[in-house]
Every structure is written in structure tokens, then in C-alpha cells.
Design a protein around this ligand. Structure first.
Ligand code: WT7
Length: 657
């Protein structure tokens, strides 16, 4: 290979290496070796050093009921105790835990002592309502202090929370409440985004009225916008009222390490989202360990993860990880483009953020904004406080990486491109800032203690330089424990028979570099799309489309998109005639709104095409590979001889209207 073809490596500065928790590649390799030589010993050491246990564990990994693995099973602890009481007891009571910046710019600081008091009050309120250990509580809240408080309060009393992202529809909320059998729902009257007050409780009311939510006995409503809100007598209560008279102390519920801390629903390759179940002990351990190694968190750092608490990133790197490390973090209610697209940079400047963690899709949209409006370019802001940058949710294209590195990180901040999933609880493959030489677009090497590999269909490792299927060879502490209510689906999805039930299947393709062994993620290998870092099952969108009274059949595929990574393209057959012109345009709007209402705005197809039929084989199977080519606007190069109805391709070539 000539020099030009070698990607440029970005090495950490000497200072970064010197001060980092994992200092240099030798230190990284030593940790990996420690884990290879004594896997359980490595994780047990970390768990003893980083987590405060009420009852220390004596067992480490229990593989007796594989793939339902257990970690630290005879240990007992409480996550909220580890995040709050522990810090207060260690003299951090007056330290700021959360800096909440509202959509309108208003800033509220909450100290560890205050946060503990707020969490205790709400914990007591939940207990008064009869919520107890093991009950499921659905949280449907915008980014807010109360969102973090509600999650921590559930953890404190041993209730299992299940957050539903505030952008999801009534139907999605209803399905998740129903699947989890939740006893309580925590929501708010509304939320502020981009200067507008949007309703939330009315959507919750719609969900509760659909039938199937009878398990909900209490609805707690945070007052945020002051918007109209119908309160059902006996069931609905205001958050501030239920907390008002409660004590500021609350004995935590000590739970077993395997106790389910939370469920989080995510898309799979079938129409029904999966309730990913996480543990208490193993999950907390990895949240802390990754804060320490990947983000190199230091006592005086201000940490900002821009994710929403509705996604796993917000769980691990807002509600749990930073607090368990006694850090100061930002919780941001608004959007990156309001009042202008310099909002992120201004907030980094104002709060002197040291570690900034965001998604490629946000970076790409801010690049575009900075190109169009020079005043919102990051160079107009003082970003010198930044030490480490992070990226998550989708592959980051090298051009966006370079821009982020240069213009946000001033060329001096390592970018940790963290590959992980809802199911993995925390980072799996990621650079460590004071060790790993960086290659733009590569998530580099496995986190110490994570044994990842690229294999073929038989589960055999492929040589570096050859693409394949990403797997994890050993169970790890923060991994998914099961799919709520569906252990068979858990086995089938993640420990398939193809790999003799021995390898965790991530669902992504990957390739390792010939020289460095670095991993690059090549995208999902199942029918799951990644739109702006959000995971969407194509079948979920198809189900939503065919639920429309005028739709006979629908097939959904992804297409690469400069801004959102992937864009949703839907091929639709209507019950009546194939619409054209203005009719088609109106129908597209109608269907987009319909999907937005059925699932949520993030699921709206960007492009909808109408055909009298879909391209099918003679046995009636939809030829999705053809649809993917059509969606990209490519000429059909593949063999179409098995196609029943080749004429249909012309109809589907162009966007309708
Ligand atoms: C899927 C998981 C991880 C929290 C947010 C998303 C993709 C995630 C990266 C990355 C390339 C990535 C994968 C993965 N993904 N991070 N750094 N590089 N791809 O969690 O919704 O469970 O989605 O996101 O395809 O499987 P999620």
C-alpha cells in the first residue's frame, strides 16, 4: 500500500497520555491482557473498586443458564445510592450535579445534596402510591431535572423504569405500557422545544384511552408549560403536589445485582419493539468504567451528553454514569438550532464544558448551518475548555470527523467514536483518549474486557481486511439480560443457533483493518434502519403504513442520506388507483402524517413512491434488494428474470407527484 492510501493517524498529545486513566497503548494492552488471562478476575476487580456494594458479591459470572448470563449475582446494591448518597457521603454534597439549561436559556443548578433530596421525596411519593420493588413505571418526559429524578427514584425503590421517548406517539406509548404491564406513568403537561410549547399529557391521555393500559393506577404529571391538562380524579396527580409533603430522606431498596434496573424498547427486525432488560450491578459497573476509561472523567470536569433520556445514551451517560462518578453534567431541554445553530457552541462556552458527547447527525447539520450562516460557526465561540469529544449512534463519516476535530476540538481533542447499542448498556468498541491513535471513521478497538470479533455466517473468524458479522465472544457485565416477556426472542435475536448459541450477534456488519486491526462498522445486517442515530425497524413502519385505510401493501427500505445517515423510503400500493400529480402529493403528506401519528415524527418516510404492485418473485416474495437500488436512484443492474412483473420497476423509479 502506498503512503497516500494510508489513513492519517491522530495521536493523543503527551499531556493527554500523561493524565489519562488509561495512559498509552501499553496500559490499554495490559488491561486487555488482564481480562484475557483472568476474565472474571478482571471484571470482579473493577466491580469491587468502582461500585459500592451493600452486600459484596462472591460469585462473578454465572453461565449455568446460558445465554441468560448473571453477573455478581449474590451481591446487593442500589444504583441511586451509588449515584447520590455515595457522593454526598464523600463530601460532594454541595457540588453541582446537574446544570439544567432550559429551551429559553434559563439555567438551574442542582447540587448532589439537592438532587438526593428531590429523588428521596419522589421515591417516598411513589411508595405512598403503592409502587414497590419490581413494579414497572413508564416515564414519558421531556429532557428535564424531573426526568432524571424520576429515573433515580425508581432505581431507589427498586421499581423498573421504562422510558418512552417524548417524540413517540400515543400508539407507541400505549404498546410499551401494555407490554411492560406498568403500574404508573410519569409524564408532563408539555415540553418546550425551539421556542414552542408542545403538549405531552394529551398524547398520554390518548394512549391511556386506547385500551390495554388498565395496569396503570397512577399518573404523575410534571408541570412544565402550564398548558391545558385534564386530570382524571383519583388517578392523575401533580408531581409537585405529591412531592410537597414528603421527607427528604428515603431508605434505598437494596436489590440483587441482577434486579432489572430498566427496560428500554428498541426496534428489531420484526414489527414489534423489544423490551431490552438491563441489570443493576453489571450495568452500573460499565456505566462507571466507561466514564472513567472512555471519557477520562476527572473530578472538576463538566460533562455534556446531548442525548435524550429517552434513548440508552441518555440512560448511561446522563442519568447514571456521570452521577455515579460525582461529575457535573449538563441537561439540555432544547434543540441545537434554537435560537440559532450556535446553541451547542454557546453552551460549551458558557458552561466551560470539558467533555462533549453528541451524534454525527447533529454534527452534520451544524456543519451545514455554519456554512450557510457564518455567525454560528464554532470559531466564533471560545471552546478552549474542551478536552475530549465523543460521537455515538451511527458511523461518523471522515469529513464530519475532521470538521468536528478541527473546528470544535481545535485540533487538540481526541474524538472517541463509541460503538455500542441499547442492548450493550455501554461502550463496546471505542478509542481511549489517552491511548488509542485515531482513524477518522473507525471506532478502533474493543473496550478493555470486551472480546469482539468479525465472523462469517458459520461463526468462524474472518481475516482482517475481510468484512463480516460483528459478534462478541464473551458475555460482559452490562449486557442485555433478556427481552421482557419474550426469552425465546432474546435467544433467537442475540444468540442464534447459526453460531451454536455461543456468540452475541450485534446485528451490525464490520471490517477490521489489515494493519491496525481497527474495527469499522459497515451498517446493520438486518431490517433495521439508522435515521439520525435513531433505530427504526422497516417492519414497524410497514405495519404503520398498512394500517392506513387506503394502503394495500407497503415495503420500506433505507437509502444513504448526507444529513441523516439513512433516509426512509416507502413503496406503497394503494387500494384504489395509483395516484399521480397533485393526488400523489396529497397522499404522500397524508401517509407521512399518518406514520408520524402512529409511531412518531422520526419514523416519517422521507420519500414515498406509488406502484400498482411491488416487485415480487414468482413465489410472491418482495425483492427488497431491487427496492434498495430504486430508492438510491440506481439503474437496476441485477438479474430481474425471476421478477413476476418487471414493468412495475418504471413506476417505482421516480418519487411520486
Ligand atoms: C446501533 C445501535 C449506542 C447508543 C445509541 C444507539 C449503530 C451506534 C455507532 C458507532 C457506527 C454505530 C449500530 C448499532 N451505532 N454507535 N459509533 N459507529 N454505528 O443505540 O439505538 O441501540 O442503536 O447504532 O448500527 O447497532 P441503538
Amino acid at each position: 500500500m502506498s503512503n497516500e492510501q494510508q489513513p492519517r493517524l491522530y495521536y493523543p498529545s503527551e499531556e493527554m497520555v500523561k493524565n489519562a486513566a488509561v495512559s498509552g497503548m501499553d496500559a490499554y494492552r495490559a488491561l486487555c491482557k488482564e481480562a484475557e488471562d483472568d476474565y472474571e478476575g478482571y471484571w470482579a476487580r473493577q466491580a469491587r473498586e468502582l461500585v459500592e456494594w451493600k452486600k459484596p458479591f462472591t460469585q462473578v459470572l454465572d453461565e449455568s443458564n446460558a445465554p441468560f448470563f448473571k453477573w455478581f449475582a449474590d451481591g446487593q446494591l442500589n444504583v441511586s445510592y451509588n449515584c447520590l448518597d455515595r457522593n454526598v457521603n464523600n463530601g460532594l454534597g454541595d457540588k453541582v450535579a446537574l446544570i439544567f439549561e432550559a429551551d429559553n436559556g434559563e439555567v438551574t443548578r442542582v447540587t448532589y445534596k439537592d438532587l438526593l433530596a428531590r429523588v428521596c421525596k419522589f421515591s417516598n411519593a411513589l411508595r405512598d402510591m403503592g409502587v414497590k420493588k419490581g413494579d414497572r413505571v413508564v416515564i414519558y418526559l421531556p429532557m428535564s431535572i424531573e426526568g432524571v429524578v424520576a429515573m433515580q427514584a425508581c432505581a431507589r425503590i427498586g421499581a423498573t423504569h421504562s422510558i418512552v421517548f417524548g417524540g413517540f406517539s400515543a400508539q407507541a406509548l400505549r404498546d410499551r405500557i401494555n407490554d411492560a404491564g406498568a403500574v404508573a406513568l410519569i409524564t408532563s403537561d408539555g415540553q418546550f422545544r425551539g421556542g414552542k410549547a408542545l403538549p405531552l399529557k394529551p398524547i398520554a391521555d390518548e394512549a391511556l384511552g386506547m385500551g390495554g393500559c388498565e395496569s396503570i393506577k397512577n399518573v404523575v404529571v410534571v408541570q412544565r408549560t402550564g398548558g391545558a391538562c385534564t386530570m382524571v380524579e383519583g388517578r392523575d396527580k401533580w408531581f409537585h403536589e405529591v412531592c410537597a409533603s414528603q421527607a427528604e430522606t428515603c431508605e434505598p431498596e437494596w436489590v440483587d445485582a441482577e434486579h432489572p434496573l430498566f427496560l428500554l424498547y428498541t426496534s428489531g427486525s420484526t414489527g414489534k419493539p423489544k423490551g431490552v432488560q438491563h441489570s443493576t450491578g453489571g450495568y452500573l459497573l460499565h456505566a462507571i468504567l466507561t466514564m472513567k476509561y472512555t471519557f477520562d472523567i476527572k473530578p472538576n470536569d463538566v460533562f455534556w451528553c446531548t442525548a435524550d433520556i429517552g434513548w440508552v445514551t441518555g440512560h448511561t451517560y446522563i442519568t447514571y454514569g456521570p452521577l455515579a462518578c460525582g461529575a457535573t453534567e449538563i441537561v439540555f431541554e432544547g434543540v441545537p438550532t434554537y435560537p440559532d445553530a450556535g446553541r451547542f457552541w454557546k453552551m460549551i462556552q458558557d458552561h466551560k464544558v470539558n467533555i462533549f458527547y453528541t451524534a454525527p447527525t447533529a454534527i452534520r447539520s451544524l456543519i451545514k448551518a455554519a456554512e450557510n450562516t457564518p455567525t454560528v460557526h464554532p470559531k466564533n465561540y471560545n471552546l478552549s475548555s474542551l478536552r475530549i469529544l465523543g460521537s455515538v449512534g451511527e458511523p461518523i463519516n471522515p469529513a464530519a470527523w475532521e470538521w468536528y476535530h478541527e473546528n470544535v476540538g481545535g485540533g487538540r481533542c481526541p474524538i472517541v467514536d463509541t460503538f455500542w447499542q441499547t442492548e450493550t448498556g455501554g461502550h463496546m468498541i471505542t478509542p481511549l483518549p489517552g491511548a488509542t491513535p485515531l482513524v477518522p471513521g473507525s471506532c478502533t478497538l474493543p473496550f478493555p474486557g470486551i472480546i469482539a470479533a468479525v465472523v462469517d455466517e458459520t461463526g468462524t473468524e474472518v481475516p482482517n481486511g475481510q468484512g463480516g458479522i460483528l459478534v462478541v465472544k464473551r458475555p460482559w457485565p452490562s449486557m442485555i439480560r433478556t427481552i421482557w416477556g419474550d426469552p425465546e426472542r432474546f435467544k433467537k435475536s442475540y444468540y442464534p443457533d447459526d453460531f451454536k448459541g455461543q456468540l452475541y450477534l450485534a446485528g451490525d456488519g464490520a471490517i477490521r483493518d489489515k494493519e491496525t486491526g481497527y474495527f469499522t462498522i459497515t451498517g446493520r445486517i438486518d431490517d433495521v434502519l439508522n435515521v439520525s442515530g435513531h433505530r427504526m425497524g422497516t417492519m414497524e413502519i410497514e405495519s404503520a403504513l398498512v394500517a392506513h385505510e387506503k394502503v394495500a401493501e407497503a415495503a420500506v427500505v433505507g437509502r444513504p442520506d448526507d444529513l441523516t445517515g439513512e433516509a426512509i423510503v416507502a413503496f406503497v400500493v394503494l387500494k384504489g388507483a395509483r395516484p399521480t400529480g397533485e393526488d400523489a402529493k396529497a397522499m404522500i403528506k397524508d401517509l407521512q402524517n399518518w406514520v408520524g401519528h402512529e409511531i412518531g415524527p422520526i419514523a416519517k418516510p422521507k420519500d414515498i413512491r406509488f406502484g400498482e404492485n411491488l416487485p415480487k418473485t414468482r413465489s410472491g416474495k418482495i425483492m427488497r434488494r431491487l427496492l434498495r437500488q430504486l430508492a438510491k436512484g440506481e439503474e437496476i443492474t441485477q438479474d430481474t428474470s425471476t421478477l413476476e412483473n418487471p414493468a412495475i420497476l418504471d413506476q417505482l423509479k421516480q418519487p411520486a407527484g
